[in-house]
Design a protein around this ligand. Structure first.
Ligand code: ADP
Ligand code: ADP
Length: 231
């Protein structure tokens, strides 16, 4: 597994009065599920996007395992980091199977390996492969789309998974179910997960540790759910 280290990480968007993320230092252990919880606008998405190199930090460093991500080539990064987002981010013109196959294809897996992997991933997230692989995203419910989003993020078996409010767009009952599934998955897979939410209950339910963030991603508390609930 690979841990993640954020060292004095800062993002100041050009033209904004204050940094979105200001001097954040944090260590996430290999195999740990850490939840970043805080109000809308406190810099959670910005932090995840920097880890995924979708945006460049203004200053500071990010290490995954013993590697500085700044120096990592994009294919290596895709192998290392899976990314699941609120809207599920599925491409509407691609089938479920094509969406899940995206990163494995990008990193050069063989067609037969990809085909098996797509089935395996659909099973993993509780969707019948025969029924779902040929469907388009519009032919799925919101909860099914989120499942496919998680399947896609896991497809290339990355040691690190970044999840940005991945269950934010579904009804409370489906969300509860997807949360249970994530807990079950994590017991099997032991990924290093950074999970972002503004929902404190979700943080308490899912986190091995929880970072409670204030504005500019200033860390108010970083501890286990038990410790946070008793403080
Ligand atoms: P969160 O994920 O916690 O809701 P974000 O990381 O999305 O917070 O945003 C943090 C701050 O950065 C907010 O004030 C937001 O308006 C600002 N911000 C986000 N993206 C951009 C951008 N591309 N350009 C300028 N400001 C941005
Ligand atoms: P495009 O530039 O056409 O959006 P990308 O190659 O950047 O294509 O990514 C395709 C999709 O793969 C993205 O929409 C994203 O949701 C998903 N994806 C899976 N893993 C990652 C990752 N580590 N970083 C960014 N996107 C990822």
């Amino acid at each position: 597994g690979a841990g993640i280290r954020l060292e004095n990480l800062t993002k100041h968007y050009p033209g904004s009065p204050a940094p979105a993320v200001d001097d954040v230092t944090m260590e996430i252990n290999a195999g740990e599920l850490v939840v970043l919880v805080g109000p809308s606008g406190c810099g959670k998405s910005t932090t995840l996007k920097m880890i995924n190199r979708l945006i460049e930090p203004t200053s500071g460093r990010i290490r995954i395992g013993d590697r500085d991500v700044t120096g990592m080539d994009p294919v290596k990064l895709r192998r290392t980091v899976g990314y699941a987002i609120q809207s599920s981010g599925l491409f509407p013109h691609m089938t479920v199977a094509q969406n899940i196959a995206l990163v494995p294809r990008m990193v050069g897996w063989s067609t037969s390996k990809i085909k098996n992997r797509v089935e395996e991933m659909l099973d993993l997230v509780g969707l019948d492969p025969g029924e779902f692989h040929g469907r388009y995203p519009r032919q799925l419910s919101g909860g099914q789309q989120q499942r496919v989003g998680v399947a896609r993020a896991l497809a290339a078996d990355p040691p690190v998974l970044l999840m940005d409010e991945p269950f934010g767009a579904v009804d409370p009952i489906t969300r509860d179910h997807l949360q249970d599934e994530l807990i079950r998955l994590q017991h099997e897979l032991h990924k290093t997960i950074v999970f972002v939410t503004h929902d404190f209950d979700e943080a308490i339910k899912l986190g091995d540790r929880i970072a409670v963030l204030r504005e500019r991603s200033h860390i108010a508390q970083f501890d286990t759910p038990e410790a946070i609930l008793t403080n």
